[in-house]
Design a protein around this ligand. Sequence first.
Ligand SMILES: Nc1ncnc2c1ncn2[C@@H]1O[C@H](COP(=O)(O)OP(=O)(O)O)[C@@H](O)[C@H]1O
Ligand SMILES: [Mg+2]
Length: 408
Amino acid sequence: MAQKYTLEEIIASSSRLFKNKQVLKPNYTLKGIDDILHRDEEIRIYFEYLKDIFVGVSPNNIFIYGKPGLGKTLITKLVLDLVKQEVKKRGIDLCVININCDEIKTEHAILQKLVQEIPSDEPRRIIGNSTDKHNEYLKYLINHYQGIIIIVLDELDKADKPEMINKIIRTESEASGQFPTIIGITNDLKLRDRFPPHLKSVLCENDLIIKPYDATQLADILRARTEMAFQPNVVPEMVIDLCAAYAAQDYGDVRRAIDLLRVAGELAEARNESTLVEQDVKDSCAKIEVDRAIEVIKTLSTQSKAVLLACIYVYDSPQENITANIYEVYKKLAYEIDINVLTQRRVTDLISELNQLGILEGFNDFRGIKGRKKVITKITSKEQALQMLYKDERIEEVKNYHPSVFCR
Ligand SMILES: Nc1ncnc2c1ncn2[C@@H]1O[C@H](COP(=O)(O)OP(=O)(O)O)[C@@H](O)[C@H]1O
Ligand SMILES: [Mg+2]
């Protein structure tokens, strides 16, 4: 029988290991620039790019790129915080507008945000809904603002039309004779090549490439975070090194390293341990993998979900899990849930895609090799995957059938 705990015991246990868990949450931002480790050179270059501000001149546009979780958003925020403080001391007007294009995606929404935020002595005009009117009003506001405008477009690749910034970059202020400065940030290393040549050269006047951290640097960052997050002596060095090693294996993503440590701490807490142990990190790694796979499944199209369901049914059946069999099951499922039946070729592509997303394993290994069959060797967290699939309103229709109905 499971042991019973009182609420008090549970509350007490939550502070036994953690001192301040918030600092391990994905949205936690460090307080000051000195808290950023191993980015001295990048920060120096950043200030160098921005230094014109201190003499009242708009700096050139800046383009920052690097894979996720390498500190691009963090560095930008803390560098600009410091710039804002300095500028204030010198009596220079500066307006910094921060837009996360993953949240504010459309051209219209971005313009809306800009016209809300550019300072103006006059009351805001009511301009209706048209994008043209917004563009016009933005121009007006830029024209009448005396100070320097910096527009940070984080996750720029997620915007519907990243090239819309072309217009903003070219809007000269009649009041100050300056153009707004854009700081474009992206995880997508190829975004730049998608811009028209003119935009590419103006936007990327100054670029900053953020490189992955190695395991030693990750361990330093984790150590600093551990001191803030955990009680003394509950996280052994070996645990920190293991989290750093796992994250470095991927590509040196700090977000992943911190997640690993947090989840390891939560597991240790649930297991009533007094310190974190190696197994907590291993299990944390597995758990994060499962959570990630489930998140991905949630965003799949109904077609891909049907293909995945067919893969699972065949995988669990006595049939060999090869494309031909999966396709037969897929066809029956598609008919039952009333979606278009795709060609076998297309279904094969979708299975490969599931493989690339890490939801299946093995399938791609044999791709294109004549005479070999494409066999799935593993389905990541099958049970949770099934639960997630049945949440799709179409797929739900087959929830109560026995899979063998489709595997004949
Ligand atoms: N050099 C660093 N020192 C301390 N923490 C860092 C460092 N780089 C990144 N982080 C932390 O890693 C996480 C991801 O950083 P973030 O700036 O959001 O990455 P990106 O924008 O590149 O995806 C955040 O929690 C951040 O605080
Ligand atoms: Mg970011």
